[in-house]
Design a protein around this ligand. Sequence first.
Ligand code: NAD
Ligand code: IPM
Ligand code: MN
Length: 362
Amino acid sequence: MRNGGPKARIAVIAGDGIGTEVTPQAVKVLKAVRAAARRPMEFVEFDWGADKFLREGVTLPPGAVELLRDEFDAILFGALGDPRVPSNQHAADILLGLRFKLDLYVNARPVELLDDRLTPLRDRTEKDIRLMVFRENTEGLYVGVGGVFKQGTPDEIAVQEDVNSRKGVERIIRYAFEYAGQNGLKRVCMSDKSNAMTFAHGLWQRVFKEVRQQYPDIDSRHLFIDTLAMEIVRDPGQFDVIVTCNLFGDIISDLGAQLAGGLGLAPSGNIHPGKTSLFEPVHGSAPNIAGKGIANPLGSVLTSAMMLDFLGWKPQAELVRAAVRAALRENYVTPDLGGGKTTGEVADWLVDFVEKNNFAGR
Ligand code: NAD
Ligand code: IPM
Ligand code: MN
């Protein structure tokens, strides 16, 4: 993270597919906010993604991590994934590479219903669907430790190790409790599969037991991940904060996204407090709709609001959220939400809203 100066420096990595469509629209909204705030914010674009990989064989270029770490405050990221790269090698190198190498151990994925009519759950309203998923983001089954043996033979074996360190588990569980305490939230739920994954998640159990004792004012409990998946659909109102491992957090955050209107709306932050952090929508590159101009930009825009919060631009973050809520209320939305607007039309509407409602800049 850069040290000093009022100017925010943002690295923009749009990536592949709809990442290249929604990210520039989010930047457009950020530029309107910047003008409203009369505060400096600089954007530098990086073309890392499938095209560059296929053209030059480069995924995460040498020196990239140091550059981002030392010269930028935050990274606004789109999505990676391209059918022309079936191995997904570039996505693993760039996205997982940045999460690991920048040590972005908190993957914060809020699930927030912004308009009652968007949830597929009957009789649920905004007050029932408002929770935060904290996904461990640097370990677990994602570390790429493993291998194959006798590949291509009938006896082939594939092994993928689940790596859980005491430090890694403790810091994400502690972060969840701290977040709850700082935000006046009373309930923290840790979820694992310790009944089957006795070694890896036995560690989660031991650490959770220890850490929860240090937060007696918070009502903490444990649910196995299968039960959590069921409970979050049956009665989402019972959760404030959920903390879980890397893989389960990935799955539960898509489930949560759908409860709040779908992947097109879901934001996330990959955070290490005090260090250069990366903000991306929960969705992927959506090859099935890429190039059509109909991707929902609101997930990326709400992601930008999370980035503004992280940068300390709180009133500006609120202005962006107010704009998104207003667009939803007016039904000025893309086809995934039942509207007929294009990606660019929705973003232009938000820019207009920001320009007309510049309460944050006053
Ligand atoms: P996806 O999130 O790209 O798409 C899932 C479904 O949601 C599709 O039907 C898609 O059209 C829809 N959708 C997603 N975002 C939308 C938006 N903004 N507006 C409207 N509809 C939207 O998931 P997938 O199809 O499983 O994955 C596609 C590629 O993206 C894969 O290569 C995958 O690995 C990658 N991926 C990347 C990230 C990331 O970079 N953070 C996240 C998830 C998936
Ligand atoms: C996400 C994505 C990634 C993940 C993939 C692309 C590796 O699904 O950010 O949710 O599993 O973390
Ligand atoms: Mn995912």
